[in-house]
Design a protein around this ligand. Sequence first.
Ligand SMILES: Cc1cc2nc3c(=O)[nH]c(=O)nc-3n(C[C@H](O)[C@H](O)[C@H](O)COP(=O)(O)O)c2cc1C
Length: 499
Amino acid sequence: MITSCEQYHEESSYDRHRMSGHFLDWASQPAVFKAYQGIEPLEMPRDVALPKRPFSSLLKEKAGKGGSIGDIKGLSRILLLTNTLTARARHPDEHFYYRSAASAGALYPTEIYVVIQGVTGLDDGLHHFAIHRHGLHPLRQGDFTTPILGMMQAREGRIPQVTFFLTAIFFRSAWKYRTRAYRYHLLDTGHVLEDLMLALKGEGLPAALSYDFDDRAVNRFLGVDEKREGALALVHVFDPSPSRGGEGGKTTELPEAIRRASVVSAREVEYPAIRQMHEAASQIVKGLLPETRMVHELGLEVESWTKIRDLPAWPEKLEYPDALFQRRSKRNFVDKAITGDQMSAFIETVCAGEGRDATPKYDSSLAIGLLVGSVDGIEQGFYVLDHTCREIGVIAKGSFEGKMAQVCLDQMWLANAGAHFLFLTNLDMLSSTWGPRGYRYAMLTAGRLGQRLYVAATAMGLGCCGIGAFYDGEARELLGLNEGSRLLYLVAVGPVKKL
Ligand SMILES: Cc1cc2nc3c(=O)[nH]c(=O)nc-3n(C[C@H](O)[C@H](O)[C@H](O)COP(=O)(O)O)c2cc1C
């Protein structure tokens, strides 16, 4: 029985000497688009003006202070920028679609729901985002301000005009990754979430992110089958006029037919470790912020710290949102260095505070490391970033990337990447501060930063690929992490042969 993140992480670890062969059962391949029997999605307009601008300016901009989502076009634009189909591949029987947010194995476990109030052209109520139709499945009608306030941990005395809910459908990733899939539910959802946060920021809207809510109440409200699908993140856009709202809110159980939409395959297999970990993490511990930063909890000795320089202008080739829409995973890294400016831009990407420091506790659940392979002006080696102090610290000089490629299930093309960003945590510290829910904070934050790196790389004409597959014990040994610390996610960046 899994009751802690240490246990789940161990149970889902890869070990070179204990990898059992796993054949994909193509007959049980999960559906990637959620469908509700008898409910047609209302398609939203796609001809919406998109906010063309440098990605760097969006990233560095302060979060919006006021405003609301005025009409259906506004919501359409936000959802288009949050996740949309961007590329098509021909498969034997049908087309397969890739999306703007990366996903382990292109299995796309994340679903988006939205509760709206006063958006012209749309009924108030709960809707599910049907990505393939760029539409909304209406699930509940009415004013749900009161139940939403009840689900929120920090009420802040404000009323949300719109609340986005991100869930994961467990079997979608578990079909391929089995027990390890919960990692991908969280990382993948972090990728989508970052796109949503950036889209809201681009609209100048004040958004509040929460990983802390009453799981059961939210899942019931969304009408998902809790055994198969679970909410992972909520994002509120607060109403500028606090007097409005507050009424309404009968949340009767949604019909069984709606809950059945969480079934994505006729032959689903349940992996108990996933359910158990998700359940364990349903408790919220009102932990204080840890006194030390995560980067100091990894058991690493920093030889020296250097201030990270500001980069006034990034070397960008593509604007946002083109960079977002053209984002793909690239593995054809070439033996060419990342320039000093490109590296500074990447470091700014993961350190940029806005949108992260609004939730310092989530931020403090994670540390960031860097393996430099080929970067102009920076010696090869293992470094850590202190994003709060904007400093970079040397752990060890030397060549690590080839060894890390072996650690990553011998995905040897990783050895050619200019740099590997490492998302690290001390699981013991997560547990003692926030209990198992801390695992959600760290993994979702890692996913968010991974998505940022992808978009930044694409904007600069570079390649990027997220890596969730590695031998966990070997990664810890290679990096010299202490007993409680682990690599959670790796994102490789650098020049590639062809974008
Ligand atoms: C959490 C996560 C883990 C991933 N792990 C790997 C990996 O270990 N190896 C790999 O080649 N690609 C990996 N990817 C990239 C995905 O395979 C890729 O995002 C997916 O196939 C969709 O393709 P696209 O990113 O080009 O749109 C990962 C992506 C994510 C988000």
